[in-house]
Design a binder for this molecule. Sequence first.
Ligand code: NAP
Length: 533
Amino acid sequence: MPAPDFDAIIIGAGMSGLYQLIRLRQLGLKARVFETGSGVGGTWYWNRYPGARFDSESYSYGFSFDKELLQEWSWSEHFAPQPETERYLNFVADKYDLRRDIQFHSRVTAAAWDEASLTWTVTLEGGAQHSARFLITAIGALSAPTLPNYPGMESFQGRAFHTAHWPKEPISFEGKRVAVIGTGATGVQTIQEVAKTAGHLTVFQRTPNWCAPLHNRKITPEEQAEIKASYDEIFRRCDETFSCFLHTPDPRATFEVSQAEREAFWEKLYNSPGFGIWVGNFRDMLTDRAANAEMSAFVANKIRQRVKDPKVAEMLIPKNHGFGTRRVPLETRYYEVYNQPNVELVDTRATPITEVTPTGLKTTEREFAFDIIIYATGFDALTGAFDRIDFRGTEGRTLKEAWAGGARSFVGMMVPGFPNMFMLLGPHTALGNIPRSIEYNVDWVSRLLGHMQAAAKQRAEAGEEGTTAWMAHVMDCAVGLLSMEVDSWMTGVNRNVAGKQQRVIARYTGSAPAYREWCEGIAKEGYREVALA
Ligand code: NAP
């Protein structure tokens, strides 16, 4: 039997693919990364829409595995914008000489397991095939963009972009009539940036989200020195918090304190940078209906104070879900945008979009003319990137078939029936501050591969029992969360995707420390729940 081309194939050269490549090299394994794009960065390669940045503190977001890298790289802002993060990931690729093992312009369309040779054969668009003993998916949780299904979309004669397929050349909005469809974290960032220069901006909002101020600013030289001296402490803190952000819930319950204390605390959170207001709030804010309603009322008043036209303010205040039960977009003068004379807000629940025309689009009420339409309409989250590849495991069974009744995974990283396949951001892994999850998962997979090397094992497959236990834990974690009562990508809903209309327990909602404890337990017991042969 001919030797496989590689020890391991990694799909995707985003943060997880890059770090996995580094760790595989340390194990002495010959790896190849296949990447659709022409550069590294994944999310930070594709999402180059105006205003794109992360909501994690920059210094909690970068890789932590190399102290030298931490000292060499200087983030310029507390919350870095996309171009800087893309530069950072290129810096990482250069520093560790990663490009020689990355093949760009190479979309993986299929991957099939062969039991006789214990190898995966990966097929690229165009038909080329490559084999490897291990297959590692580094394809992201939010990487399969989705568009609405309006009639006439192809007929539009202006320029139209999905935010996740943004062109590399600069796009000018100066004097242009621009539409933005969608008001999730992406839409909010796009809107606040485009509104600065657009001749006229029309925002099409189906569901308002609860947004809160980001409070971004430049990092001063003194802060830079302090950050570089504190990395151990920063990452230790990330390791301890619920979702690996620098923020963690306040131990008090909402109604344990007086109204005045409560409001002072919320005021402080509203005026502080980052996700404190979402994940550093009172401990019952996301589980207690009355507590959540109080918090929602507080933020609703902020919106009323910031938006001059009371009718527009009411349109921007969510009515069908409470604060934090969907992902909270962090913003910079987002609400003030609606005070500008060149910005209009359209409620597409009241007046749905009926079609796109060559010159713009129509709602049930009006016809609009646009030069540019921006679709900030989100992703086929969590499983979409997997659905786009024809994965075939033992006996030719497809991953789609295996997941027909809902995605099922072993700690989000393995699937029974798919031996030697590891998912770095698979369904039901811990998410939160994503690079922290990525580093842990890459390390866990790498340790398992090291264990296999040491024990001369060739094949690893997640057991049914361990998978059932993990999925039961995932289901248990979701009990009592108010977010489970709301449609969003976090509950598996995307109205533009067939089969994703019903809420499901689509992700792991337990804490990152609990996730790691579970995974460490598996490792400590010699990977008892993984069949090794
Ligand atoms: P999203 O949260 O799923 O938002 C998509 C938006 O498009 C929603 O407002 C949705 O309305 C709207 N939409 C979709 N189809 C539509 C249609 N046919 N007609 C009208 N409106 C439609 O997607 P996203 O904003 O791209 O964000 C996804 C996730 O990526 C975020 O939650 C976050 O985790 C991550 N992200 C992070 C950052 C950051 O770190 N700052 C920035 C961007 C994204 P409905 O709500 O009514 O469905």
